[in-house]
Design a protein around this ligand. Structure first.
Ligand SMILES: *Cc1c(COP(=O)(O)O)cnc(C)c1O
Length: 374
């Protein structure tokens, strides 16, 4: 069960060092930054790439590094786009198998890790990533160990146990959970943390392909995205670059907007300061667990994507996030998570200060279900 033949190299997102993709890889061996999967896609038309008979993210198999027939899948992705106001759509990721878009990344990353010989899969997680890893580990028949902050809500922990994973609860944040796993490492462990291996981005990039297809070959003008580790932002940006290389689109891009909360906003801070890299946020506090990532290793890639697309970064307060989570759920009937509420609050801010115009076609990401946060 090897990688697809379109995979050529792994290239460091920062220093450009290249490495052979046919072994289990984590980060760049010379600078420690994330690796990108480079694919030889040629000039294929959308009709040659998209297999419309597949009702999941695997419909883009020809542009993915794992063949659909070799994937461990629970039918993830190909989520609905729901119009909630004139020119405003919610991309509803709560419909994924494990209740969040982490399913996309984990389906791909677990498939790749197992293809390349991983023995046991481990990850620190603030919530949804752990549940998704546990589920896809179960689908693949591979043991999973996760470490989570001890104050993670019960539902996230129960979910991991439900799928048979070993769960460690650690005092502190996701960074402390990561440290715990590093200190208790087993020789066959493979760390599947955000951007510390190259394939979760490949799963999440399918959101970029889906927006193209769902907007009939035109991309939206603006995409508002709740940013934690940044996998989805980086993935969509990569997808659009691939689509341009294949000849589907020109150089136009949706303006990307990163949304964080005031209690943990390393990307917003670095964006506003004009810095190349994010700095670790000293005391991260937010109930949006997907956004409680104080030191995203791929922060600099997010910043590049925001700047190249003429996008921006917005921090919302915890109170605003909570109010807007309930408001959007009650107004639409969509199962909005706090991260989705933060996106709605940011959207209203950008509308108020005229960064958005009424003609902009805007996609808001609701990245998961709201039902686990209690
Ligand atoms: C993980 C997560 C995020 C952040 O996703 P990244 O792509 O890593 O930035 C946002 N929302 C939810 C619900 C999440 O689980």
């Amino acid at each position: 069960m090897p990688l697809a033949s379109n995979v050529t190299t792994l290239t460091c997102f920062d220093c450009g060092t290249q490495t052979d993709p046919h072994h289990l890889a984590t980060v760049c061996s010379s600078c420690g930054m994330p690796l990108r999967v480079d694919l030889e896609l040629g000039t294929k038309s959308p009709a040659e790439v998209i297999d419309k008979s597949i009702q999941s993210m695997w419909r883009y198999g020809a542009a993915l590094p794992i063949r659909p027939a070799d994937a461990f899948t629970l039918v993830e992705g190909w989520t609905p786009l729901i119009e909630v106001a004139n020119n405003v759509w919610v991309k509803d990721e709560s419909r994924n198998p494990t209740g969040s878009f982490k399913s996309r990344g984990m389906s791909m990353a677990v498939s790749a890790a197992v293809a390349l010989g991983a023995g046991r899969l481990v990850a620190p997680s603030a919530g949804n990533a752990a549940g998704a890893l546990a589920a896809y580990g179960a689908a693949a028949g591979v043991p999973v160990v996760v470490a989570m902050p001890a104050d993670t809500p019960r539902a996230f922990i129960d979910e991991c146990n439900h799928y048979g994973a070993k769960v460690h609860l650690v005092d502190g944040t996701i960074s402390d959970a990561g440290r715990f796993l590093a200190e208790n490492q087993h020789p066959t462990d493979f760390d599947i943390s955000t951007l510390k291996e190259p394939y979760r981005v490949e799963g999440k990039k399918t959101m970029g392909y889906e927006l193209y297809e769902q907007f009939d070959g035109l991309l939206p003008d603006v995409v508002v995205y709740p940013t934690g580790g940044g996998t989805g932002l980086v993935g969509m940006w990569k997808a659009w670059n691939e689509m341009q290389a294949m000849g589907w689109i020109g150089s136009e891009r949706p303006r990307l907007v990163s949304v964080q909360t005031a209690g943990c906003a390393p990307v917003v801070k670095a964006f506003e300061a004009g810095d190349k890299y994010t700095e670790t946020w000293p005391d991260p506090v937010t109930s949006a667990f997907g956004l409680r990532v104080p030191g995203p290793i791929g922060g600099f890639i997010c910043l590049e994507a925001l700047r190249e697309t003429n996008g921006t970064a917005v921090a919302v307060t915890e109170t605003d996030m909570k109010t807007h989570t309930s408001a959007l759920a009650a107004a639409t009937g969509i199962d909005i998570c706090p991260e989705g509420g933060a996106v709605w609050a940011a959207y209203l801010q950008l509308q108020q200060n005229s960064w958005l115009t009424p003609d902009d076609r805007v996609v808001l990401f609701n990245t998961g279900t709201g039902l686990k946060y209690r």
